[in-house]
Design a protein around this ligand. Structure first.
Ligand code: MLT
Length: 318
């Protein structure tokens, strides 16, 4: 009987599906790393994870049993996909389940930055009634730049439309027809939108094209007062450039939900004025976690019971 290991906390509904799956055995082993993770993976045919566990090349090397890893979420940057492919391990993800929750997180941060929500509440808690200090900006009618018009970028564009925003978008895979459908103006390089945007939000994976996308040069080019939001992956913004931009007053605000190395409890931005940060909560809603857990479990059940691969990010040869 195929055995599946659950490596990160999974929503109740996902576990119930696993309980009910005929012909599949599963175990929860949460928080494993190093040799413990490596050895555990050799006892199982399938694994389910979120982003808490790091399945590196060293962890996978020499594994002859594991056949599939399902990531309950979108990003597979915590899994060494080339090594998995070499070992004929299928890596599956669940790209749709947390789209709206992540788009909402980006939107919430954009709004909270604009109205100083966090700092204003703090000053109240400290006993001050400071109305002048927290003058904000109206979002309606402003200009938004979206880098990455995949599912999440598209959802953010929809929210922005409801606020009558002008939207510039960068995405090499979007046709002009699709862009017109979403009501966005396509640009060919992030530099083209920088002088125009009041807000910039990124919704791309981290890769050679997106790492350091916003650095010192880009902060110099951006419209004064612009606010930047990253709920995608750490590393797309260069932290030093953001710190410099905030200190000089060039940037109006920065909101981050993601960090180059996670967990992250120490970052030069933490505590700076006009900054709001959260600990990678984009997909942390009941709804998103239920969706991704169910999708990931169903993918694995189909794989082991009917030999079907419905969604994968790699194509092992056997
Ligand atoms: C994702 O890639 O699905 C999100 O960043 C959420 C997560 O990592 O759990």
């Amino acid at each position: 009987m195929p055995r599946i290991v659950v490596l990160d906390p999974l929503s109740e509904d996902g576990l119930k599906l696993l309980d009910a799956a005929a012909g599949i055995d599963y175990e929860e082993r949460i928080g494993l790393k190093g040799d413990d993770l490596r050895n555990a993976l050799q006892e199982f045919d399938g694994a389910i994870c979120r982003s808490g566990v790091k399945i590196t090349a060293e962890i996978l090397e020499g594994n002859t049993r594991l056949k599939a890893i399902a990531r309950a979420g979108v990003g597979v940057d915590n899994i060494d996909v080339p090594t998995a492919t070499k070992l004929n391990i299928v890596v599956m993800n669940t790209p749709g389940g947390n789209t709206l929750s992540t788009a909402e997180q980006a939107w919430m941060l954009l709004m909270a930055l604009s109205r100083n929500v966090y700092a204003a509440y703090h000053s109240l808690v400290e006993g001050r009634w400071d109305r002048k200090k927290f003058m904000g900006n109206q979002v309606t009618g402003k200009t938004l730049g979206i880098v990455g018009m995949g599912r999440i970028g598209q959802a953010v564009a929809k929210f922005a439309k409801a606020f009558d925003m002008k939207i510039y978008a960068l995405d090499p895979f979007i046709t002009p027809e699709k862009a017109a459908e979403f009501g966005v103006t396509l640009v060919h390089h992030v530099h083209d939108m920088l002088p125009l945007v009041d807000y910039l939000t990124v919704h791309t994976p981290i890769n050679n094209e997106t790492r350091g996308l916003i650095g010192k040069k880009e902060v110099e080019m951006i419209k004064p007062g612009a606010r930047l939001i990253n709920c995608a992956r750490g590393g797309i913004f260069e932290i030093d450039a953001l710190v410099g931009g905030l200190k000089s007053g060039k940037l109006g605000g920065v909101a981050l939900d993601v960090y180059e190395s996670e967990p992250c409890t120490d970052n030069p931005l933490f505590g700076m004025p006009n900054v709001i940060c959260s600990p990678h909560l984009g997909a942390s809603t009941e709804e998103a976690q239920t969706n991704v857990a169910i999708e990931a479990v169903e993918l694995l059940i189909d794989f082991f019971t009917t030999n079907t691969i419905r969604q994968s990010v790699n194509f092992p040869s056997t």
